[in-house]
Write a protein that binds this ligand. Structure first.
Ligand code: SF4
Length: 497
């Protein structure tokens, strides 16, 4: 086995997953990539290719294992090489770009990442990138290819597109030579350990490390490694601390129904456990009433769909800034009236901003509440539209001032309604089937936001035939329509109690 850089990074993230990826790929790949994950890969490839424009006229090593061609190109001091591949007995790596530095008579290395994170971003990403480059440096050293500077090329989150993309402004090049050199010894040790662990055919036994972590950390192979976890495990207790979880797991308490009455939990966690164990809905009528009184007629139930393009697609956009391309709007004018529906979707070639804002201004009632699910998202989009379209800034601000978040009664400290089927989640995907069983995302062509986003991207990228484009556009409309209809029905359920 040759350990690739990608598998080494997977190992650093989770040893068990890296082992499964290599030895039991059918388990590791049992679920297809989500649209979100696929989009990350596609964006990475797109940004990789684009960054080559910073060092023009390079030669590409097309095959992922063509070390021979790579060495030939290095021997003849090819000025720029894209995707060179290097291997030792144990390790194999591709680099993104090598550039011959004629001043120092040495190659400089450039690693491209479709990320906007910086050293102080708090995501830990840059640390991973340093390890990624260190892996390459160690392999290159081992085969006698010396490297000058080691650099990270990443997206500049402050860049705002105006006209043609300017690569020198879109990308930031960070010299990480010192940082990489400082972790070489440690990385060498890690690489040896990873090699020994991953080249062994013997599968790591027992639960994986996430047995001591909350549900949000669990990956798609969790069910395989932690096969004895029940349908509603203690890991789903909202915001449960690691020490508490460890206490439960060490006592072999995996099922939320087995959590003892005297086990110390926060008020919210205890209520979640009680709701699960009793199977009874928790209803705080006063709290619900108080919340409902914040909603004023005419009520506009509003939901957006957006696409985060790594590469700013239109003027005024930064990398990864969400492109709002669709909204659905249900309006309930008075307690007696039936809901009305309006929607907007843009699948043309230009920026949708102006048409989106115009349509919203046209259909949204001038007064009353604007009800959304998870206000941070819609409010953020409104602010950004206002920044890009000064003529609509005031309108967007006024919309934001009228926003009421329908998620509030179902989440965190503000929770006044709980149901065993919510399983500690305030997502509308859990709340809707529990409260309004006749409405469901299950039979929809599009069932979640990531797929909606990806579908729109494929439509505007011209990937569909005319007929398919119509079908996909209708599927997007149906999905967004259900999002706002769901809010209307959930609001009715709250009123009914
Ligand atoms: S559930 Fe956690 S520890 Fe287990 S394989 Fe997945 S990421 Fe790794």
């Amino acid at each position: 086995m040759k350990l690739s850089k990608t598998n080494f990074i997977t190992y650093l993230d989770c040893k068990k997953n890296a082992w499964l990826k290599i030895h039991k790929p059918n388990i590791y790949h049992q679920y297809p990539l989500s649209s979100f994950e696929q989009n990350i890969i596609d964006s990475g490839n797109e940004i990789d290719k684009l960054a080559r424009g910073l060092f023009l006229d390079g030669t590409t090593v097309e095959s992922r294992d063509d070390t021979e061609l790579t060495l030939k190109l290095i021997d003849k001091k090819e000025p720029v090489i894209y995707q060179p591949v290097f291997a030792t007995e144990k390790f194999i790596t591709a680099s993104d770009i090598l550039v011959w530095n004629s001043e120092n008579n040495i190659y400089d290395l450039y690693e491209v990442k479709a990320s906007t994170s910086s050293e102080d971003g708090g995501s830990g990403k840059t640390k991973d990138y340093i390890k990624d480059i260190a892996f390459q440096k160690i392999v290159l050293d081992k085969i006698g290819i010396h490297i000058g500077s080691m650099n990270l090329i990443r997206l500049n989150k402050e860049y705002i597109r105006q006209g043609k993309i300017i690569l020198r402004e879109l990308f930031i090049i960070e010299d990480l030579t010192e940082e990489v050199n400082s972790i070489l010894e440690k990385t060498k040790e890690d690489m040896e350990m990873a090699y020994n662990f991953l080249s062994s055919d013997i599968e790591p036994r027992g639960h994986c490390d996430c047995i001591f972590k909350g549900k949000n950390s669990h990956c798609t192979t969790s069910k395989y490694s932690n096969y004895d976890l029940p349908e509603y495990p203690v890991h789903a207790i909202a915001r449960i601390h690691k020490t508490k979880l460890t206490e439960l797991v060490d006592s072999k308490i995996f099922d939320i129904n087995d959590v003892p009455e005297d086990f110390e939990l926060s008020e919210n966690q205890r209520r979640q456990v009680d709701t699960a164990q009793s199977g009874k809905t928790y209803i705080n009528r006063e709290g619900i009433l108080e919340f409902l009184e914040t909603i004023k007629y005419p009520i506009a139930f509003l939901d957006y769909e957006t696409y985060p393009s790594a590469l700013p697609r239109y003027d005024g956009y930064r990398p990864y800034q969400q492109i709002p391309f669709q909204f659905s709007l249900h309006i309930v004018e008075s307690p007696e009236s039936e809901e009305l529906h309006f929607d907007f979707i843009y699948t043309g070639e230009k920026a949708p901003d102006k048409l989106f804002a115009e349509a919203l201004q046209k259909h949204l009632p001038k007064t009353g509440s604007v009800v959304v699910w998870n206000q941070k998202f819609e409010k953020g989009i409104n602010e950004q539209i206002g920044e890009r379209l000064p003529d609509y800034q005031l309108f967007m601000k006024e919309v934001n001032d009228r926003v009421v978040d329908l998620m509030i009664p179902f989440s965190g400290k503000t929770l006044v309604y709980d149901h065993p089927e919510f399983k500690g989640s305030a997502s509308i995907k859990y709340v809707l089937p529990a409260l309004v069983p006749h409405l469901s995302y299950k039979n929809m062509h599009i069932q979640e936001g990531g797929t909606a986003s990806d579908t729109w991207n494929r439509i505007v990228s011209g990937e569909y035939s005319k007929d398919d484009k119509e079908i996909k556009t209708q599927a997007l409309k149906d999905y967004c329509h259900l999002d706002t209809l769901a809010m209307v029905e959930i609001w009715r359920v709250l009123n009914s109690v």
